[in-house]
Unconditional design. Sequence first.
Length: 94
Amino acid sequence: MKPIEINSHDYICWHEAGHIVAAIEVGAIVKRVVVTPDQVENSEKGIFVKGSQQHVSVEYSEAAEIRAEQRKYVACGGWAAEYFLYKNKLILNS
């Protein structure tokens, strides 16, 4: 894997994917993920996350609501993905 620049679209996708992986790890059933540049997609059934010039909407199965104690782990998932990139020297700081 080639290093990626901080705040590039790839970097932001890694960050947002970290949230999704964390959600799955705590038992959420991810129904749909939409990444759209410069658009807002909001759903009553999902979580809306705004990134730099990108927006990510994650919709979870109604049968698998994320409980409050799980949300803290999901919130840390983006940082964990960034830390993975950092530890593996896969971040370029331009």
